[in-house]
Design a protein around this ligand. Structure first.
Ligand code: HEC
Length: 139
């Protein structure tokens, strides 16, 4: 009987802990950011390097990559997508502002093919917060 009560209380405790984690606003914000990065913005297409077979090198996810695409007419164009995992060159607030306006700090303008996203403040902050949690470039 004691064992049954003990297992029952463990199950209830785990269910409560899981319920709290799932409804924690910070956990939800990070999940939203991950979803926007991986399923909507497709950031990895440019920001993750590829293996020699042309597949995304997931061990170096969002750690910056030369671009394998080029425009067919002359236009401003970046040759590489910088590392964004861990936000090595922007603060979280700067990244969130950039994702809402397309404006980088100190009047820096981002070049194509980086899309000048106009995310809502909530979405931009979620993306920036999730990027901040990712490990930045390893050597
Ligand atoms: C089609 C390719 C492409 C996609 C898709 C893309 N990016 Fe970029 N991104 C770039 C390039 C190229 C640059 C560098 C532009 C430059 O140097 O002017 C850049 C720059 C940035 C920067 C500025 C970094 C810095 O240090 O200056 C951030 C932040 C960024 N991207 C975030 C994202 C996020 C978040 C997503 C997905 C929601 C995304 N990018 C999707 C190509 C892309």
């Amino acid at each position: 009987m004691k064992k049954i009560l003990l297992s029952l209380s463990i199950v209830i405790w785990l269910a409560l802990a899981w319920g709290c984690a799932a409804s924690d606003p910070h956990v939800q914000k990070l999940a939203r950011g991950k979803y926007l990065i991986e399923n909507v913005g497709m950031c990895a297409d440019c920001h993750t390097p590829r293996t020699q077979r042309g597949e995304l090198d997931l061990a170096r996810s969002l750690q910056g990559s030369p671009l394998s695409i080029a425009p067919t007419v002359p236009m401003p164009w970046a040759q590489a997508a910088p590392a964004i995992a861990g936000l090595p060159s922007l603060t979280e607030a700067e990244a969130a502002k950039f994702l809402q306006t397309g404006d980088l700090p100190a009047g820096r303008h981002v070049r194509p093919p980086m899309p000048p996203f106009r995310l809502s403040r909530e979405d931009a902050e979620a993306v920036a917060a999730y990027l901040k949690t990712l490990g930045s470039k390893q050597s």
